[in-house]
Design a protein around this ligand. Structure first.
Ligand code: AMP
Ligand code: GLY
Length: 426
């Protein structure tokens, strides 16, 4: 089989590395990919942007690709899957309407309210003045969210009304996220510990992956602004057996059923971002794809063939499919450019990647890297995802940081506390 993977981050490097291990796969094209992916077996890059849906369709047709897998959300929400299917191409992911689970927070909140899926209380506003009036009527912490896609930046967790007013102003008056912020959600602020719960679904059956946890804030102890994710580990001990069962029966299965019932069946990776308190899960958001950096530790622990799993989903066979995991913990530490998620410099020469990769049970996944005259250079905010696997979370953390310490560039930044919450629970 010839596979096309759409995207250019650490998640896509991980998917390509994992797909290359499948006996079904002879060739992998990644569009646009990153320079780390070029060095993986069976892989090459194509210069087509992840947002150029018709360019990707032309590429898949010209290359006679047998299966396309989409990493990021934007092309899914744009209807990549619909366009590919119309052209007779096989693609793993939700159609545009179903990807609204990520593309419209209002759609998703209303769906959850209709079907009794646990989530925080919320109100929806299309105009600034009524949103402002509502904020004046409340006190205490509150969350303001742009309805549409805002590259992870459209969510403001506000300590008080003043912060909420400022968030509302940025979103609706300054239109910092464009049309995505023309409608806002004002939402109850939930407390607890976050976890990521990702499943494969064929529209009927839900096959859960292992649990994981992201670290969204830029600095240790969850301080500073949110990022795309500064590290992740799997499994997440906050998701006990009982919590897992509740997530499946109260969130994942009802959501897939709800979508089927609405006449917009959902096929693909379904990612629930959850807040867990006293063993009770509530939904913060859904994503229509794999997480980044959750994909790194998850796929690094997966023994099963990911391509076989996606084929089973596309053929509606997930009901009698299971996933085999390596019974170890995995940790991914993201190494970023100093300044990220704000402005940062690019082109810094990176040393030590080979030494880190040579450690047993370690894999360095690339995200924002480029080719310099003398090896890899930095070319993005999140640069590398240094991923390690070991028996026990403490050992996996130690190994990941042992690898991280071998890698250097001028003004590198990474969190020193990835996995600490899991350690506190074991
Ligand atoms: P989202 O993109 O909706 O997941 O929001 C990004 C981050 O904002 C989440 O990972 C949480 O850390 C935080 N967040 C979102 N919604 C809420 C909420 N209702 N209560 C508390 N924190 C939230
Ligand atoms: N790691 C968070 C996300 O992929 O949205």
């Amino acid at each position: 089989m010839k596979i096309l993977i759409v995207g250019s981050g650490g998640r896509e490097h991980t998917l390509a590395w994992k797909a290359a291990q499948s006996d079904l796969v002879t060739e992998i094209i990644v569009a646009p990919g990153n320079v780390g992916i070029k060095h993986e077996p069976k892989c090459r890059l194509a210069k087509v942007s992840a947002e150029d849906v018709s360019g990707l369709r032309d590429l898949a047709q010209a290359e006679k690709v047998d299966l396309t897998v989409v990493g990021p959300e934007a092309p899914l929400v744009e209807g990549l899957v619909d366009q590919f299917e119309e052209a007779g191409l096989k693609v793993f992911g939700p159609r545009g309407q179903a990807a609204a689970l990520e593309g419209s927070k209002v759609f998703t909140k209303r769906l959850m309210a209709k079907y009794g899926i646990p989530t925080g209380e919320f109100e929806v506003f299309d105009d600034f003045h009524s949103a402002e009036a509502y904020l004046k009527s409340i006190r205490g912490p509150i969350v303001v969210k742009a309805d549409g896609l805002a590259a992870g930046k459209g969510v403001f967790v506000c300590r008080d009304r003043d912060e909420a007013m400022a968030a509302l102003y940025v979103t609706m008056k300054e239109r910092a996220f464009g049309a995505a912020g023309d409608r806002v959600l004002i939402e109850e602020c939930l407390e607890g510990e976050e976890a990521s719960f990702i499943a494969l679904t064929d529209g009927r059956h839900v096959l859960p992956l292992a649990s994981s946890q992201d670290h969204k804030a830029i600095f240790d102890n969850d301080l500073g602004p949110n990022t795309g994710g500064m590290g992740a580990y799997s499994p997440a001990p906050v998701v006990t057996r009982e919590v897992h069962d509740r997530i499946m029966s109260e969130v994942m299965i009802p959501t897939v059923r709800a979508m089927e019932n609405e006449g917009i069946p959902y096929l693909g990776f379904l990612y629930a971002g959850l807040m867990i308190k006293d063993g009770i899960p509530r939904v913060l958001e859904f994503n229509a794809r794999m997480g980044d950096p959750e994909a790194q530790p998850l796929l690094f622990r997966m023994r099963s063939d990911i391509v076989q799993l996606m084929m089973a989903a596309m053929e509606g066979r997930l009901g009698d499919t299971s996933i085999d995991w390596i019974p170890e913990d995995a940790v991914c530490v993201v190494m970023a450019s100093g300044g990220y998620p704000g402005p940062y410099e690019k082109g810094k020469p990176i040393t030590g990647i080979e030494d880190a990769d040579a450690l047993e049970g370690v894999k360095v996944f690339h995200a924002g890297t480029g080719d310099g005259s003398n090896g890899f250079v930095t070319a993005g905010g999140r640069v590398l995802g240094v991923t390690a696997r070991a028996l026990g979370i403490a050992e996996a953390i130690a190994k990941a940081y042992q690898a991280v310490e071998k890698i250097r560039w001028e003004s590198v930044h990474y969190r020193r506390d990835i996995g600490k919450k899991a350690l506190n629970r074991v």
